[in-house]
Design a protein around this ligand. Structure first.
Ligand SMILES: C[S@@+](CC[C@H](N)C(=O)[O-])C[C@H]1O[C@@H](n2cnc3c(N)ncnc32)[C@H](O)[C@@H]1O
Length: 203
């Protein structure tokens, strides 16, 4: 798709969404005080670069574990050829915002670009990233800068189910599992400043 058109749609989808304040509200109402829920989000151009660096094969599945308002999922969907882009988020306020964005996208924007995106799917799940199946994903992203040690450790048996050759990108800290080879590190800009992307390949 024409990247200028994709950018126009992406910016329109998120023009009225404030993830930071939705996250604060959500943490308060769900009484979640862990630092793992601290909010920050993907920035368009650097996140396109982050995905490009993973060199995803066409037709794969992208999964954002802790998807916030869904920005990373929409960047994957609009700028890359994933057959499915999925986000999982535990905070209800953020999940609901991502569902609202998706509803607008399906009604207002997908019909305009149906020749480009075909039946590529976008899906958001209200759930815990410690409670999902990673075995179908080709590229998993975790904006893990604020993920606490218990969460990073708890994720290991789940991501160990990823298929051989698939890619896991974490931010600011790597995953401690012998089932993965850490093959690249690169800095990218995020909403709060720079973070290092750790690229792991599943053995
Ligand atoms: C730093 S934000 C990243 C948002 C999005 N991935 C992006 O890059 O734009 C991390 C997100 O992970 C969510 N999160 C933290 N722990 C989680 C858990 N156990 N299950 C699901 N989501 C979680 C937080 O609520 C937050 O929205």
């Amino acid at each position: 798709m024409d990247p200028a058109k994709a950018k126009e749609i992406y910016e329109d989808l998120y023009k009225e969404i404030n993830g930071r304040s939705l996250s604060l509200e959500g943490r308060e109402s769900q009484q979640l005080s862990s630092k793992s829920f601290v909010y920050g989000e993907a920035v368009l151009n650097p996140f396109i670069e982050l995905i490009k660096e993973a060199n995803p094969a066409p037709g794969g599945v992208f999964l954002d574990a802790g998807s916030g308002t869904g920005k990373a999922v929409f960047i994957a969907h609009l700028f890359f050829d994933f057959k499915k882009s999925v986000g999982v988020e535990l905070l209800e306020a953020l999940y609901k915002a991502s569902e609202q964005v998706l509803e607008r996208y399906e009604k207002e924007f997908r019909p305009q670009i149906k020749n480009d995106v075909g039946d590529r799917e976008v899906k958001f799940i209200h759930g815990n990233i410690l409670d999902i199946d990673y075995s179908n994903a080709d590229l998993v992203f975790m904006n893990s800068t604020c993920f606490q040690e218990d969460l990073m450790e708890g994720l290991v048996p789940y991501v160990n189910d990823m298929k051989p050759g698939s890619t896991l990108v974490t931010l600011s800290k790597s995953i401690n599992s012998p089932a993965f080879e850490l093959y690249k590190q690169k800095m990218f800009e995020f909403s709060w400043g720079q973070g290092t992307g750790f690229y792991h390949r599943k053995k």
